[in-house]
Design a protein around this ligand. Sequence first.
Ligand code: F0G
Length: 354
Amino acid sequence: RSGWRGLIEEYRAYLPVTETTPVVTLREGNTPLIPVPYISNLIGRNVKVFVKYDGLNPTGSFKDRGMTMAITKAKEAGAKAVICASTGNTSAAAAAYATRAGLRAFVIVPDGYVALGKLAQALIYGAEVLAIDGNFDDALTIVREIAENYPVTLVNSLNPYRLEGQKTAAFEVVDTLGYAPDWVCIPVGNAGNITAYWMGFCQYQGEGRCDSLPRMMGFQASGSAPLIYGHRIMKPDTVATAIRIGNPANWDKALSVREASNGEFNAVTDAEILEAYKILGREEGIFCEPASAASVAGVLKLKDQVPDNGTVVCVLTGNGLKDPDNAMSNSEGGIKGGIKADLQEVARVMGFEP
Ligand code: F0G
């Protein structure tokens, strides 16, 4: 939509803000819903698959939707500093919006398990980055305690304003399609996003903006799938570091969403995630980060269950540029190097000259 003013202004009527709330925005939201014909064809039966490419938000992930609200409300409440635990994207978003609001941002990350682009963002936005010798779950435990005992506001998805902002992605899906899809496929870590999408669809249905509600289909990486195995994973592991989480903060909410939406949670292997990641790049021209590809891996895994003529939306939560290391190690055509700077020679390597 042209003249987009950011999601708080565009969806003000649906959000907990007043006329005097100091809106902190980078004009997030309004991300494209892109048809993916190659993936639709893999499923067949006239199923239409779209990706909600939330990697096109200002800091490159869906976290901006939650962060515009969380930082706006922190600012309104007079906070001077915010804190989060993060696998990378939350820290990038918190850092950017905190800077925008004139607040300090502390981010606690698992040392060695954050994609390079995300760390670079947190640093360039001026956050105070603390890398701990532990995983995301350890970091979250620490920041919860700190926020309880010191004058800093927690901006992880335990902060209810995060989910309020993130639910607007569901509004955009309905506004674009004109109806609610049959399935929404989402990568799940802490289960904040799947909870937020469901809130958004339910609210829109209540307002008469859509008739039906989707089934919420959540996907975790098989090495980090506590919601599928039904117990906490002490040493979560996956190539999709964004969702390397063994003890989801929104565990109970996730189970309620699954039940209320008649949804399903399933695990996808790292191999399936990387295959979907490569298909998106090579066949659709869409570059997401590995965690995001779990949504597409999921619909491909369950393709026989998708209803005939159905509409499926897969959420691509983060931009592929966040994780250059995985892109380099998982791309098929390597760089042809060592070529002389010579027209004939380049044409020969291209196969146009003998
Ligand atoms: N996809 C990406 C790219 C993420 O960064 C995350 C979460 C998720 C999916 C899962 O969303 O937690 O709401 O179920 N990243 C958090 C972070 C943990 O710190 O950036 P969720």
